[in-house]
Write a protein that binds this ligand. Structure first.
Ligand code: S3P
Length: 455
């Protein structure tokens, strides 16, 4: 029996749900983390503009992605989940998205809002987007500026913020754009608009960012070339108006979600945990490389390739960690992982310096402030200077006892709950609700490994 797309009451309209993590005994066992959020959004969006029925296995069923599924329905695609948990998208074909008859609520998701703005910009329709308080505070000018080059128009609140009206164009002109910030979201928004334009749309990225859009577009039959330039930048050229054909997509486990149980296993003495089927795209694996530099015992088992993306089972054992210097150039490959890296750094011996983190100010929360204040509340010294975060490790002796402001940020909530598992006094996050945006089974998965997290 097919079920249409529906979501539970989203976390941002429910009452706050505090969660407390208690010092844990060894974490053990094996678990499969949820599907990759970035890949899941892209599979739904590209499936919606392909011809025929795309099937998606392992889609992340978190609020962010479910909002994208609803949005694609509002734009004319038919999306449903079957009893086996496989998702089906009946695409309308490129250029055939329909005008939605109401405002589209993207919840907490910057990826959803920015990528879809690109897709809509290339269609002759008008759509309005809004989101929760976190998303409504995030900058959209980074996508509206290049998308105006295609001929689309935008009406935003002051400061380029949602709610935003996208007035798409009937005759998109291809653009060539050099990204001023390393952002896969901006790159993808431009490529998605470029799908509808004749000729070649080119994005030059000075620092390579996650390439799931490029891989997925190729998977659906688009002609797209990627060239590494002598100066280290990357040139991505998409031939517009491709015939996108429906495909089968298998979504790997999200390395950004796996990061939470992985670091928990590293910092809780005696732990040994296996995380199965984790995607290890080389543009996403910066956290794991950094943890290994810190002395982490992480083994990649059963490494295989799935739909062009490397996948492995991670075997992680408790390890004494030492502080390291994380270069700015690594930031794009681990941009979502700094909250949990900061927790590993807090438990390490010595100092960890993380550079080039300006983008963390405009994530689901101002993560630089959230991390520094949260660590201070748990008795760990940390400083932010410009775009550098420095954490002074406590060699595993974490006082804890803090109450952490989640700020509608799932990763802040999960990171500090992980810290609580290794701290002397319990750590409370004031709202665990946002965890459902990316990792709805977080509490159950952690409990299955032996963690004590209580409501
Ligand atoms: C994402 C890109 C990153 C990341 C976000 C997901 C994506 O954002 O922080 O969680 O799926 O393209 P930026 O591209 O803005 O850095």
């Amino acid at each position: 029996m097919a079920t249409p797309v529906q979501t539970a009451k989203p976390s941002h309209v429910s009452a706050p749900r505090p969660l407390t993590a208690h010092k844990a005994g060894a974490l053990t066992g094996s678990a499969r983390v949820p599907g990759d959020k970035s890949i899941s959004h892209r599979a739904l969006m590209i499936g919606a503009v392909a011809v025929g029925e795309t099937t998606i296995h392992g889609l992340l069923e978190g609020e962010d992605v479910l909002n994208t599924a609803k949005a694609m329905t509002a734009l004319g695609a038919t999306v449903h989940r079957d009893a086996d948990g496989v998702w089906h998208v009946q695409g309308v074909g490129l250029g055939a998205l329909k005008e939605p008859d109401d405002v589209i609520d993207m919840g907490n998701s910057g990826t959803g809002a920015r990528l879809l703005s690109g897709l809509v910009a290339g269609h002759p329709i008008t759509a309005q987007f809004t989101g929760d308080a976190s998303l409504r505070s995030r900058p959209m000018a980074r996508v509206t500026k290049p998308l105006e080059g295609f001929g689309a128009r935008f009406i935003t609140r002051d400061g380029g913020k949602l709610p935003m009206t996208v007035i798409g164009t009937r005759d998109p002109m291809p653009v060539t754009y050099r990204l001023p910030v390393p952002s896969a979201q901006v790159k993808s928004a431009i490529l998605f608009a470029g799908l509808c334009a004749p000729g070649t749309t080119t994005v030059i990225e000075p620092e390579p960012t996650r390439d799931h859009s490029e891989l997925m577009l190729q998977h659906f039959g688009a002609e797209l070339s990627v060239e590494d330039q002598a100066d280290g930048s990357r040139r991505i050229a998409l031939t517009g108006q491709p015939e996108l054909m429906a495909r089968e997509v298998r979504v790997a486990g999200d390395p950004s979600s796996a990061a939470f149980p992985a670091v928990a296993a590293l910092i809780v003495p005696g732990s040994r945990v296996t995380l199965r089927h984790v995607g290890l795209n080389p543009l996403r694996d910066g956290l794991y490389r950094t943890l290994m530099e810190m002395g982490a015992d992480i083994k990649y088992d059963n490494v295989r390739d799935e739909a062009g993306e490397p996948v492995a089972d991670l075997v992680i054992s408790h390890s004494p960690l030492k502080g390291v210097d994380v270069p700015a150039g690594r930031a794009p490959s681990m941009i979502d992982e700094y909250p949990i890296l900061a927790i590993a750094a807090a438990c390490a011996s010595g100092t960890t310096v993380m550079r080039g983190l300006a983008e963390l100010r405009v994530k689901e929360s101002d993560r630089l402030t959230a991390i520094a204040e949260g660590l201070a509340a748990c008795g760990v010294k940390a400083e932010v200077e410009g775009d550098t975060l420095t954490v002074h490790g406590n060699s595993g002796a974490i006082p804890g006892g803090g109450r952490i402001a989640t700020r509608l940020d799932h990763r802040i909530a999960m990171a500090f709950l992980v810290l609580g598992l290794a701290a002397d006094k319990p750590v409370t996050v004031d709202d665990g609700g946002p965890i459902a945006t990316s990792f709805p089974d977080f509490e159950a998965l952690m409990a299955g490994l032996g963690a004590k997290i209580s409501a």
